[in-house]
Design a protein around this ligand. Structure first.
Ligand SMILES: [Zn+2]
Length: 270
């Protein structure tokens, strides 16, 4: 049974759509007007996110760059790549990571010399970031943020979780200083990974937590509609030595064809 109502397209307001996938009770549709692929009947509660983090290990000794947990080592390598890219646009300044989770990105960002703050919906994750790393992390929503003006705002795999991504992007733009930068990464619907696994790709925990399935076209259009300028796709190549050695060549090819598993964008506030 679907207990949440269906809704119009969060990008253009159109209510006509075509079903693209059905996963359990969730309907993933394509907007007939603007082609955005979105979850028609999302669950509303943000309390979902304490559940989202409940199985994640909270042992602080794991969250170091030299951690014995290889998945975390990989995560640090990814964050270093992100920050090296950010630094080419703006070195230093204030940085807000929205959906900062346990603060792993903030940790690397502080090492790169940024004054960091976090915003997070999960109480558990925010508490960890505050207690273990001493970061100022606020629990709440973007809309409730004070009018602080940041040089940089980052969203790593966060935008696809919002029920109203366009409205959130407008609020995020307001939080930036004029000329400030926003960096966004989301899963790429038109990736090789999606092409190969289709229904499985939108499955997993996606329909509960992912409410928009972006392509370069739909994300670029939404960023412009939110009032950002210099909308630029970045091709970040997350090659982690060792772990992806076998697929390194294939991954590089997908990156060059812009069919990588992730979509990365840099935008600015005019
Ligand atoms: Zn639409």
């Amino acid at each position: 049974m679907i207990d949440t109502p269906s809704r119009p397209c969060p990008a253009c307001g159109e209510s006509k759509h075509r079903i693209k996938f059905i996963k359990g009770e969730y309907h993933i549709v394509r907007c007939s007007a603007c082609s955005l692929v979105y979850l028609l009947n999302p669950p509303q509660e943000t309390a979902l996110y304490d559940e989202y983090y409940k199985d994640i290990k909270f042992d602080p000794s794991l969250y170091r760059a030299d951690s014995p947990d290889s998945a975390l080592g990989e995560y640090f390598a990814i964050n270093q790549k992100r920050l090296k890219t950010i630094k080419t646009f703006k070195s230093g300044g204030s940085l807000l990571d929205i959906g900062c989770g346990k603060g792993l990105f903030l940790k690397t960002a502080r090492d790169f010399g940024y004054q960091v703050q976090g915003l997070e919906v999960s109480n558990q994750a925010a508490r960890f970031a505050r207690q273990e790393f001493g970061f100022p992390v606020r629990v709440g929503d973007v809309a409730e943020s004070e009018d602080s003006l940041y040089d940089i705002i980052t969203l790593w795999h966060v935008l696809e979780h919002f029920i109203d991504p366009l409205e959130k992007l407008r609020q995020i733009r307001r939080l930036l200083k004029p000329g400030g930068f926003c960096f966004i990464e989301v899963p790429n619907l038109y990736s090789l990974k999606f092409m190969l696994s289709r229904r499985k790709w939108v499955g997993g925990n996606h329909p509960r937590y992912h409410r928009t399935f972006f392509t370069a076209q739909s994300l670029g259009a939404m960023l412009r509609a939110a009032g950002f300028t210099r909308v630029r796709r970045l091709l970040l190549f997350y090659h982690i030595p060792g772990r992806f050695r076998t697929y390194g060549f294939l991954k590089r090819g997908m990156n060059l064809l812009a069919m990588d598993a992730f979509l990365d964008y840099m935008v600015t506030k005019p």
